[in-house]
Design a protein around this ligand. Sequence first.
Ligand SMILES: Nc1ncnc2c1ncn2[C@@H]1O[C@H](COP(=O)(O)OP(=O)(O)OP(=O)(O)O)[C@@H](O)[C@H]1O
Length: 587
Amino acid sequence: MNVARRRSGLFRSTIGAPPKATRGRAAAPPIKEADPATIPRQSAPGGITIGAAACRPPSRLPGATISATGRASLPERSAMAKTSTSSHSRPALQSTASRNTTLTAASTSRQLRTGRPPPPSTQRSTATFSLKPSVARARPVAQKPILPSKVTLLEERNAQLEREMAEATDFAEHQKSKIQFLDGKLEGADRKLISLQDQLSTLKEVHKSKMEECEEYRVHNNDLRDLLNEKEAELRKLHNDVVDLRGQIRVAVRVRPLIKSEVDTSSSAIEYPAVDAIKINEGSKPGNVVKFENVFTPVFSQKEVFANVEEFIRSSLHGYNVGLIAYGQTGSGKTHTMRGGNGEEEGIIPRAAAFLFAESKKLESLGWKFDFSLSFLEVYNNVAYDLLSGRDVVQLRLNDQTVSMIGLSEHTISNVSDVARLLRVADGGRKTAATKCNGSSSRSHAVYMWKIKAHQPSTGISTTCQLKLVDLAGSERAKESGVSGDQFKEMTNINQSLSILQMCISQQRSQKGHVSYRDSKLTQVLMDCLGRGSSKTMVVVNLNPCNEQATESKRSIEFASKMRSTHIGSAVQQRTLLGDVSQMSMN
Ligand SMILES: Nc1ncnc2c1ncn2[C@@H]1O[C@H](COP(=O)(O)OP(=O)(O)OP(=O)(O)O)[C@@H](O)[C@H]1O
């Protein structure tokens, strides 16, 4: 163990590093690096030189040179051979030196190959040989000559390494040229990328400018559409004014879509040749084209329908009596049009409430003050009932131009919620029943009456007028409805009242003097809308589009055409000035 340590210390001393102190023994003083000039005098030639230089890089080896493969040069080997033959007195030493030379050369060669220092055994033997020549002299070790076969082996190894080196160099060259080739390709791709990026940014600019152009066209298009709408609205207003001046009933037609139960079994008999025209075909027999103020096709929403009648309703805020009546056979969509459902499905009656309150607010900013009240009346089996006071019977009394409704309650309202509450009460009291034609058929005529009082203190003008929104019961045929008993009686009354209505329209149209308003409660209630009361009147004729109902729809259209050509007298503003009652004709 101590010997090993000492040897190890000695070896370290050859490479200039001081040996570490060992336990129990003072560290040996550093030994100077062997001077190559002095070593040959103490030891065998060649071996000493190699031993002293074993730890130096091969390029710096002084004296005898050893090739990178650890092989001694040719003159050196011959010198070694001479020494071996002439100096018989030291054969062992020389032999040891030769062996060490071979070992050291081999270790140097390995170090060159691997880049690692020689293994300890080599170091040890070299250090021993280099730094303790006296020991070597005292106990000469038998030196073996380098065997030619070993030299050959080393030469072969050397040659193999050179071949490997050459192969590695070739491979490196090949890789280098490959990298250069790929570099070239990369450069080409870079150039292509740059040109594509340029093209892309050009295309982006073109796209941007096209989008701007499109936007300009869109704005222009919108302007043109607005202009067209304006012109159309103007035209409609002029037309309405003409109708007012002539004192005619306005007629709009609304065709409902096929409902769920009809979609699979039926198809539509109605065509729309123009925006304001309709044609009803009976089987293979094509119908005539008939024109109306408005044609609401099945695609019209509740909102769109209301937008087309709101100007008409607005007249009530300006002091005109206004009547809007839904007419049509059973199941054609009258209640849907007037009352409707909830939210977007709300009909004209609830929408009118929201509209009147909103518009009256605008007029209030011009100094007008409004008072609204509501009454709901039902005509069932030719008797009038109050829908807002537990169905009390209402007495109707005809004056010259007006009808008094004795016992009908009036309810002051100041907002939309008030109207909604009263509508719920009226809905609960209204007579409805399921028939073959309609799951929820109205068995009565319903009249929703607004009394509107307007007053402008700055001018002293006051107006009081009525807005009547009417949901008629539908005409029906006993066979189709499949009704009997009480329902049959209801049906008879409905049909009779509608016949009297048609008769009144015909009499009014023919201008022959007497009009039979008194013949039914319905015509009494509607008298002011049909010619006696200077009212603006609009009838929305509802149609069922089914093929099977074509004949009935045609009848409705014929009646609508008659109404349209009926002169009911020009509307008059119901104005009171400074306490005096005066009526101002529009003419
Ligand atoms: N425009 C429409 N869009 C969708 N469904 C509609 C439309 N019009 C009517 N309907 C549906 O058609 C059916 C009949 O409508 P509605 O009850 O309003 O007819 P009506 O003319 O009032 O019938 P009746 O005279 O028997 O009371 C209902 O189911 C209703 O929801």
